[in-house]
Ligand binder design. Structure first.
Ligand code: FAD
Length: 509
């Protein structure tokens, strides 16, 4: 009788879910194990009575990467989830109270630029051209290619040199734009993937063209509904999903091959291959026998620079703030110095910048009629800063609410229905991010492509890695591409016959 090949995917973030689907398509019998109560990883959902909050990603770009997952099985993404295109992508609010609306057509953006700095209109067009050239190489040619061999790095060095990938996003933007406000607005994209614009390789400038080319979307029902759609797809194609199980150890035999995993609840699962969607630093330090891990992985773990931490404040209001955009980025009085405090000094400054999410601007189902659902995300130092978040949490909550009450949401404090927050400590405890970082390792030049954690393990031969800490990096397009890389590394095996129970198995808590 044909023995079916078994694949275990550890972690059900977007990278893990995409990898599970791709392995399934390759013919494996797939079991996906996640420690959460529901899949999605950072994309959890909190329900507070009639209010809903998406906890993680809210900006959907590169929709084709989601469509591909459904296409793999001859299905249509539209039959599972609707993507609503946004006209206004982000509204930037500067410290002096002025605004810059970004989105719509190129002409719309040029009109907005003209209002702030007419002399930057030509520069913006050139910046966009530059960003397109970076996209064509960085995204179209490199993002879904394996980078675990030095030869792959050597092959792309000429392109990287041509694109001046050694320059930071900030340096690139400053070559084209003069206005400080516009420089801030067009350089902050690395923060969406955990990087300091002053240190992040300018390859990440491709995000700018990515947004311009395909637009920005919001899934109807929120990112949680997108997770549900992928969960349904996985069930439809026979993937076995185990929730509330934490994989504590990966078994490795003397031939340097993984043979299975053990969980905290003393369950054992055997397999032929493993795809890990856990943080790579945690994986290499805590889940594998140390003798099976190569020196390169130990070195990366010890020397890597982590992304920043996040303080995320969730709240509902008993009235609506209809003038507030779906995505607002409110920039504080300092830009570079604040980023230095967060990334280099790892100190918590008195001032801050924040991103405000108001899903009710697009989708009224997030709150009762006449009410609003919000989250405010504040970049903060990760746990390496040594802050005591149990003390700081309530203080920062008060400061953020007062700031919003003074600026974007006048009177919001009086109108609060509920409020709660997550700190870097929660990221560590809930998702096993070693330093409570929001986006795994930072997207610096020295931690990109071959220098990043490889998708083919630096250890056992049949272990693969996907997710934010691996090539190409964090953000939904990044982690979906990491699954495409692993797809390229897996061989097709004889089809498994759908005999697996296609149910979500929740462990008793
Ligand atoms: C607040 C926030 C806002 C963001 N906004 C955006 C945005 O708007 N757009 C965008 O593109 N990106 C955004 N991002 C980034 C993006 O969400 C992440 O980079 C991406 O979702 C990470 O996916 P991942 O595959 O690495 O898995 P993760 O989401 O990190 O999930 C990994 C899963 O594995 C589980 N796990 C870990 N170890 C084990 C174990 N031993 N056993 C079992 N399970 C385990 C974890 O609990 C988790 O559920 C945001 C991130 C955050 C935190």
């Amino acid at each position: 009788m044909q023995q079916h090949k078994k694949c275990i995917v550890i972690g059900g973030g977007f990278g893990g879910m995409a990898a599970a689907l791709r392995a399934r398509r390759k013919g494996y019998a797939v079991t996906l194990i996640d420690r959460g109560q529901r899949l999605g990883g950072k994309a959890q959902v909190y329900q507070c009575g009639p209010f809903r909050h998406d906890a993680g990603p809210t900006v959907i770009t590169a929709p084709q990467l989601f469509d591909e997952l459904f296409d793999l099985f001859g299905k249509r993404r539209q039959d599972y989830i609707e993507f609503i295109p946004l006209d206004l992508w982000y509204r930037f609010r500067f410290h002096d109270g002025t605004h810059f609306n970004y989105g719509g057509t190129l002409e719309d953006t040029l009109t907005e630029i003209e209002a702030i700095s007419p002399e930057d209109m030509e520069g913006y067009k050139k910046l966009l051209e530059r960003s397109k050239a970076i996209y064509q190489i960085g995204f179209e040619q490199l993002a879904d290619q394996p980078f675990h061999r030095l030869s792959s790095l050597i092959r792309c060095i000429p392109s990287m040199l041509r694109l001046r990938s050694d320059r930071s996003v900030w340096q690139l933007v400053c070559r084209y734009l003069k206005s400080d406000k516009l420089r801030q607005a067009f350089s902050m994209q690395p923060l969406l993937v955990g990087g300091n614009p002053f240190d992040t390789t300018s390859i990440y400038n491709l995000i700018h063209y990515l947004e311009r080319k395909d637009g920005i979307f919001f899934p109807k029902g929120g990112t949680g509904a997108l997770v549900d759609a992928l969960t349904q797809l996985m069930l439809d194609v026979g993937i076995d999903i185990r929730l509330q199980e934490t994989v504590s150890a990966i078994r490795v035999n003397k031939n340097q091959r993984v043979t299975g995993v053990s969980t905290d609840s003393k369950q054992h699962f055997g397999c032929d291959i493993i795809i890990a969607n856990t943080d790579p630093s945690h994986l290499y330090q805590h889940m594998l026998p140390q003798h099976s891990v190569k020196k390169s992985a130990h070195r990366k773990r010890q020397q890597c620079e982590k992304s920043m931490g996040l303080f995320v404040l969730f709240f509902g209001t008993k009235k609506q703030f209809p003038k507030v955009a779906h995505h607002t980025i409110s920039l504080g009085p300092r830009y570079q110095a604040l980023l230095e405090d967060i990334f280099q000094h790892k100190t918590l400054a008195d001032d801050f910048s924040l991103y405000l999410h108001r899903p009710t601007a697009t989708d009224p189902s997030f709150a009762p009629e006449g009410c609003d659902s919000f989250y405010a995300l504040v970049p903060v130092p990760n746990l390496q800063g040594g802050q005591d978040w149990t003390t700081i949490g309530p203080i920062l909550q008060k400061k953020v609410l007062e700031n919003l009450d003074d600026t974007l949401l006048p009177g919001c404090i009086e109108q609060l229905d509920h409020v709660f927050y997550k700190t870097p400590l929660d990221f560590k405890n809930e998702h096993l991010c070693p330093d409570g970082e929001g986006f795994s390792i930072a997207p610096t030049f020295k931690q990109s492509a071959w220098f990043r954690y490889h998708n083919h393990a630096e250890g056992p031969k049949n272990l693969y890695l996907v997710g934010a800490g691996t090539h190409p990096g964090a953000g939904l397009p990044g982690v979906l591409c990491s699954a495409k890389v692993v797809d390229r590394l897996l061989t097709t095996v004889p089809q498994h016959d759908d005999s697996l129970s296609n149910t979500v198995i929740e462990q008793a808590s």
